[in-house]
Design a protein around this ligand. Sequence first.
Ligand code: AMP
Length: 313
Amino acid sequence: MFLRLVLRNRRECVPESDETMTPVVGKIQEVREAVREARRRGERVGLVPTMGALHAGHVSLIRAARAENAYVVVSIFVNPTQFGAGEDYESYPRPLEKDVAICRQEGVALAFVPTTEEMYPAGFATTVHVAGLTEKMCGVSRPGHFDGVCTVVAKLLGIVQPDAAYFGEKDAQQLAVVRRMTRDLNLAVEIRACPLVRDADGLATSSRNQYLSTRERASALVLGRALAQARQRIEAGERDAASVADGVRRLVGEEPGVALEYVAVVDSDTLADLERIEDRALVALAARVGRTRLIDNVLLRNPRGGSTTPATG
Ligand code: AMP
């Protein structure tokens, strides 16, 4: 009941302090004050930016942040500027009560849930654009998407001013772009990457998985399988990037109801296309399963040494 009240009035509300409570605040000023208090106590501050509909992938980020920071802020904001026309901004899931319950279970110090007006007040006129890295892969079918991401991440970093911010390798291009942005703008924050989390059946966890019907979900498993096969081939010595990409295309192409948008074999840091796979190889893809767009990838940190992020299980 109290939570419902808090959520309804979240712009004004700072719930009473209680060790088991994660205050939910909507105002930038409230975040600044809370973080200032934490700093006064000598606490290190971590930030986990999310769009909510929290799942195991987000929880892994929160746990990584908790392991390194006494004070963890989770932001929950479905950022309109990173959605294109005709995308799922309106229908994106917003289970705020459940999200706040997860934050509380995970010992999050503060949940920042701003309104669109709080983040983009009248007169807002700035966009952060990272050139090059954003123009390929997901940038092709989602023009402007990474401008929205960079702008909101830059704002969140400016609002919270964390020591470290946590991002998932699930969004490998986003991670590379955010790293480039923080380097280029000399932002005083450590960007931490957390491994991609999968459900038991091998599907990468995503807020958008709930759009899938049972049948679509079964079809979508081909993505993890194709990437697992790519990993195995590389680990077995395949060095030809085109051949690896072809293998993914062939396997995904055999699954009715799954339309591959792209598969890329790139350097995970620069996102430069690879011809030969030597080091830091990222095999990334996007596909449509019915009306749902999914992304997935496998990261091979050192194919020669065989240290990888597993693509299944
Ligand atoms: P989102 O709420 O989709 O914007 O994601 C917020 C953060 O959670 C991003 O840094 C994502 O990369 C990360 N994330 C989402 N899904 C996963 C996953 N399956 N494994 C690891 N990190 C994830």
